[in-house]
Ligand binder design. Structure first.
Ligand code: 8Y4
Length: 283
């Protein structure tokens, strides 16, 4: 375990994240309407049940996203993104005891989600979009800054790093400085190496191995590797067979000091976290 330089209490809107332990963030999938049969209310109901199941399984955060980051995914308008995300934030906030993380790079979505009870802004673009720093600052919420290069559509075109861990660390340090200049205190920031974003398999494995280096920035880490291609490419597994590889990485990330594990498989990951925590807290 790495010694912690930050306070153990991170206020997230109307809730508090206890940074003295490892948390599981459940990924809530919101299906685009074009692929649905039952309409928006049916979809929202299914999403609420999914969120509820993840909370019962031990997720303390739920990540809600309305814009796919998959390469080639269609662009979503600001209005459409708000219509997908806002009702889910509102209903989950009113029914479940969980911190709602909003996976967005869109200033208007940040503002509206915060108003409806979100507790964390999760931006894979590190608040680089126009107006994002100011919007995030105004919400008063914590922000997860993730490393990426380019856009999801082109990020995998020949990514190159001098030293991936050093380059990611330097990027996150710069974004923390941009946040500070915009009035977002370091105490509000969570950092994320951005596995799978503008990185080859070799980059992802090396960055994972040397993840502890990011602790030099003095902020808690969030790690998202669930079902990602670094598991698929290493093991030769399609997306539906990546659970065990993902659990191995979850266990490793936790022992490397990650505070939040962003996963699809909450039941299984919570067992991993509880088992490791039991050993770590033994005499
Ligand atoms: C199968 C399933 C294969 C999902 C790939 C994927 C992160 C994130 C994403 C992350 C933070 C994804 C929104 C990509 N990844 N946010 N978001 N950190 N903070 N791909 O690593 O899950 S989406």
């Amino acid at each position: 375990m790495t010694s912690q330089q930050y306070p153990t209490r991170l206020p997230c809107g109307n809730r508090v994240l206890d940074l003295s332990r490892t948390h599981v963030m459940g990924i809530l999938n919101i299906t685009p309407d074009s692929f649905s049969d039952g309409g928006r209310f049916t979809q929202r109901d299914a999403a609420l049940r999914h969120a509820e199941a993840m909370v019962l399984a031990g997720a303390t955060l739920i990540d809600i996203g309305g814009e796919s980051t998959r390469p080639g995914a269609p662009a979503v308008s600001v209005t459409e993104e708000i219509e997908r995300v806002a009702p889910m934030v509102e209903v989950i906030n009113s029914r479940l005891d969980v911190i709602i993380s909003v996976d967005t790079s869109t200033p208007a979505v940040m503002r509206e989600s915060a108003r409806l009870g979100a507790g964390l802004i999760n931006d894979v673009r590190g608040l680089e979009r126009d107006g994002a720093l100011d919007a995030a600052a105004d919400t008063g919420l914590p922000v997860c800054l993730m490393h990426m290069r380019g856009e999801p559509g082109n990020m995998q075109d020949n990514p190159h790093y001098e030293n991936v861990t050093a380059d990611v660390t330097r990027y996150l340090e710069k974004r923390m400085a941009a946040c500070a200049a915009a009035g977002i205190d370091a105490q509000r920031i969570i950092l994320d190496p951005g596995f799978g974003f503008a990185k080859t398999l070799a980059h992802n494995l090396s960055l994972f191995k040397h993840m502890e280096a990011l602790h030099s920035l003095g902020r808690p880490l969030l790690v998202g590797v669930s079902r990602k291609s670094m598991i698929g490419l290493t093991l030769g597994r399609p997306v539906e067979e990546r659970l065990y590889g993902g659990l191995a990485l979850a266990a490793l990330a936790m022992t490397k000091g990650a505070s939040i594990l962003r996963v699809h498989d909450v039941v299984e990951t919570v067992d991993v976290v509880r088992m490791i925590a039991a050993v770590q807290s033994a005499e």
